[in-house]
Write a protein that binds this ligand. Structure first.
Ligand code: UD1
Ligand code: MG
Length: 458
């Protein structure tokens, strides 16, 4: 049995009150549609096709970049019509299952989808449902005893039906030949004058087809995004859940409401995370480390006994054991801080290795540089790595001392055990071995300066 997944994403996004396509809005650091697409890929669909209508440039770009197949629904006139557009694009196959996902229900899990596909082997259609205490806006699943007989959309529902709490999640899997047989029979006799895919249920039920349902356990998997309010509500619920899971596993997350784990955060024992921290992509933190408030960590590895002080940004970097970083440090891609090093306030490090025991504590820029161990970089030092065309490397060998306000004009090497006088502009390699390099104009003091220059004044 093969599987084709259709992602419906051609709606008008009217309730979003935006000029942008709703499925491109980011939730948990990725566009809504990306999450749906990832789920479809995870269950090993043989084919994935996304239904679009007048896609804006950014959406076309996204579809192209991700190599997603698409079908055009000329005029969005309902979910059944969207499915029809997709069916036109795929050759009819025997023994094929079709999984229909909504482009605006981002967190459906591959586990739930696999259960539904299993249930489909014993039925003609499997419907993903959820028992929603606050079902407003969703289609209601109507049963006669245990048997599902129809779905009624919110806008067409009577007061009695509105009280039904079993909702349609919008996720349906169906045998392809059954879908092709009935899809054309759906009409638009409803309040919205739309062709509802959900009318399939009544058609199949009336024609004695077996309909199975799977009641999805986790509310977050079923929540659809129709408005910005839906988007932020769902994102907050997801983030609180992720933070609470870690708290329950022993990570001291000071406030689960104010900790945004948007990617995959792996943490060892006794890690302490203060408020307002954001974690994106893959982040690992070693045992006994602390993350101060307002930190942003993206794609990085933090060692053991590390203290990341408040307001620090670390993106694409590796921090060794026992390091101290921040407050207000910016550690950029390609930065490697070896064990026991320190990078302090208002220091930016890019594509550089900082050796063990080396300290750069105040107001500096270190880019495209290799620093050995036990170096002290004074306040306000700059590696001048760019001449307007190319980037060049700075090397500072171990046990050197770089005085405050030094500019190292790359390419340049500061040899082992060099001392650089404060305020130097170093353009040539230094000899090292305990020598002092002074590269600044000599200080002169001109006597009686005031009386010479300001004439007439005493
Ligand atoms: C739909 C279901 C509803 C369910 C809910 C779950 C229908 C008629 N209703 O309602 O039972 O509870 O999802 O979230 O199916 N789309 C198209 N072309 C169209 C119209 C919509 O591709 O012509 C796409 C939308 O982009 C969206 C998805 O289909 O991704 C669902 O459409 P939407 O308008 O959001 O339907 P809901 O009102 O949420
Ligand atoms: Mg919707």
């Amino acid at each position: 049995m093969s599987l084709t997944t259709i992602i419906l994403a051609a709606g008008k996004s009217t309730r979003m009150l935006s000029l942008k396509s709703k499925i491109l809005f980011k939730i948990s650091a990725e566009p809504i549609i990306q999450h749906v697409y990832n789920a479809a890929k995870k269950i090993k669909s043989d084919d994935i096709i996304c239904v679009l209508s007048n896609p804006p440039v950014e959406l076309t770009k996204f579809i192209k970049e991700n190599n997603i197949k698409s079908a055009l629904q000329k005029k969005p006139s309902g979910t059944a019509d969207a499915v029809k557009s997709a069916l036109k694009k795929i050759p009819s196959k025997r023994n094929n299952n079709i999984l229909i996902l909504c482009g605006d229900v981002p967190f459906i899990s591959s586990q739930s989808l696999n259960i539904m596909l299993k249930k489909l082997t014993q039925s003609d259609l499997c419907l993903g449902t959820f028992n929603q205490a606050n079902p407003k806006g969703y289609g209601r699943v109507i049963r006669d005893g245990h048997k599902v007989i129809k779905i009624v959309e919110e806008k067409d529902a009577s007061e009695k039906i509105k009280k039904v709490t079993e909702i349609n999640t919008g996720i349906i899997c169906i045998k392809e030949h059954v879908l092709r047989k009935y899809i054309g029979k759906i009409n638009n006799n409803n309040k919205q004058k739309e062709f509802y895919l959900t009318d399939l249920i009544a058609l199949l039920s009336d024609n004695n087809h077996k309909i199975s349902t799977y009641s999805i356990k986790d509310e977050l998997e079923t929540m659809g995004i129709n408005s910005k309010k839906d988007l932020v509500d769902l994102e907050r619920k997801l983030l609180v859940k992720k933070a609470t899971n870690l708290l329950n596993k022993g990570v001291l997350i000071r406030d689960v409401q104010r900790t945004d784990i948007k990617g995959d955060l792996k943490v060892q024992k006794d890690v302490d995370i203060d408020i307002n921290c954001i974690f994106e992509d893959k982040v690992t933190i070693g045992s006994n480390s602390t993350i101060g408030h307002n930190c942003y960590l993206n794609r990085c590895k933090i060692g053991k006994n590390v203290h990341i002080k408040p307001n620090t940004i670390i993106f694409g970097a590796t921090i060794g054991d026992n390091c101290i970083v921040g407050p207000y440090a910016r550690i950029r891609p390609g930065a490697v801080l070896k064990n026991n090093s320190q990078v302090g306030n208002f220091v930016e490090v890019k594509n550089s290795t900082i050796g063990s025991g080396t300290k750069i504590n105040h107001l500096s820029y270190i880019g495209d540089a290799t620093l050995g161990s036990n170096i002290n970089v004074g306040a306000g030092c700059i590696t001048c790595n760019y001449d307007g065309e190319k980037k060049y490397k700075t090397v500072i060998e171990s046990n050197s001392f770089i005085g405050s306000g030094t500019r190292l004009v790359a390419p340049v090497t500061v040899a082992k055990g060099s001392y650089i006088a404060a305020g130097s502009t170093v353009t040539k390699d230094t000899p090292g071995g305990g020598s002092l390099t002074i590269a600044r104009s000599k200080q002169v003091s001109i006597p009686k300066w005031k009386s010479k220059t300001i004439k007439g004044k005493k």
